[in-house]
Ligand binder design. Structure first.
Ligand code: COI
Length: 357
């Protein structure tokens, strides 16, 4: 793995680190950061420093043209207290996919992974033990050229920070607003990349959703506005006629690693799966006629969160998790059992964290 140049103050900063009682999500940060700078066509050394504010030139390209990508990963503690990562190579590969989509340089997977292992290893005494809580790891990369010309940057920074976090939603907290006007991503665009602009594009609708007491927007396809896509920071899954259904991946949906994992483990639990186009109106009718019984959001941050109801702009409500999310909770438990090292998942999914610094 790529070696890391460690500033001794970074290790010292861990000595004074204490977790507050209420962690929330993404607001308590491990007091170190790991980074590498790209210039003249190559990545410099990986460095570990105490967590600190960055000094940013006002013309830095990321501030104006949003040339930026990120990932979300999680570190867990096994019952023996060993730190684990879940399918980290998948995140490294998706990071480089996003980099290509955003005209940014790829980073060697072993460099990406070395940073992810290092920050998890360093934070191992601060990974919350409560099931569903974890170390949320945020690798990201941004354009650092300083000039207002609109063209791909030639310099970049790659960084990894981490946050001991609780689950993203409190159980039973998820109402979903069906967005029938605005769109998140268009065919031929960058909807499959994990880039800030896609999340920025979701914010206006999320404010509207909040006005309907909804915590997420359900996005439909940009052309016909008929087919379910995803929910901004998470993918969409439903249970219909006892089968797990999820929208097939298109060039406007982010290929979630949790989504992929669920599709792979559902058959083990005796649940058939199908990836296809899902018509929103048909789905709502299916919930009304009880052909469909559950729907849930899935993603790294959210894990699996059962949806309570869908809400339309005219305030029509369609209740969703009729059977209190029986399958949702069963899959969630199975996934967490693998992620938290209680059972063995498929080969290579749960990876023991190495000390790479
Ligand atoms: C993740 O699940 O890691 C995400 O990226 C969602 C995030 C926007 C909270």
């Amino acid at each position: 793995m790529t070696p890391i140049v460690v500033n001794s103050n970074a290790l010292k900063s861990m000595n004074n680190f204490k977790l507050p009682e209420n962690l929330g999500f993404g607001s308590v940060l491990t007091p170190v950061m790991i980074y590498s700078d790209y210039q003249n066509g190559e990545w410099g050394p990986l460095k570990m420093e105490p967590y600190h504010d960055l000094s940013i030139n006002p013309t830095m390209k990321v501030l104006h043209y949003a040339q930026e990508i990120f990932e979300g990963m999680k570190g867990y503690l096994s019952p023996e207290g060993e730190p684990l990562l879940f399918r980290p190579e998948m995140n490294a590969k998706r990071f480089n996919y996003s980099a290509r989509m955003m005209a940014m340089p790829e980073i060697a997977e072993e460099t990406y992974l070395s940073a992810a292992h290092a920050i998890t290893h360093l934070s191992k005494d601060f990974i919350p033990r409560e099931s569903g809580s974890s170390l949320y790891i945020r690798p990201f990369m941004f354009a650092t050229d300083t000039s207002l010309g609109i063209k791909p940057s030639e310099t970049f920074r790659f960084m990894v920070i981490a946050s001991p976090s609780q689950s993203y939603f409190k159980p039973g907290d998820l109402n979903v607003y069906i967005e029938r006007h605005a769109v998140r991503a268009c065919p031929g665009g960058v909807g499959t990349a994990k880039t800030g602009g896609n999340y920025a594009a979701s914010l206006k609708s999320s404010t509207k959703a909040a006005g309907f007491n909804c915590q997420q927007t359900l996005w439909l396809d940009a052309i016909e506005k008929k087919y379910v896509e995803e929910m901004s920071g998470m993918n969409f899954v439903a249970i219909k006629n006892g089968k797990l259904i999820t929208p097939e991946l298109t060039d406007t949906i982010l290929a979630g690693i949790t989504r992929d994992s669920i599709l792979k483990i559902a058959p083990t639990l005796g649940l058939e799966t199908s990836e296809s186009k899902i018509r929103i109106n048909e789905l709502l009718e299916d919930f009304q006629s009880k052909k469909a019984s559950e729907a849930f959001a899935c993603g790294t941050a959210v894990i699996i969160a059962p949806i309570s109801k869908f809400v339309e702009e005219n305030k029509t409500e369609v209740p969703v998790s009729i059977s209190t999310g029986e399958w949702s909770m069963k899959i969630r438990k199975y996934l967490l059992d693998i992620q938290e090292g209680r059972i063995n998942g498929p080969q290579g999914w749960s990876v023991k964290v190495k000390k790479t610094y």
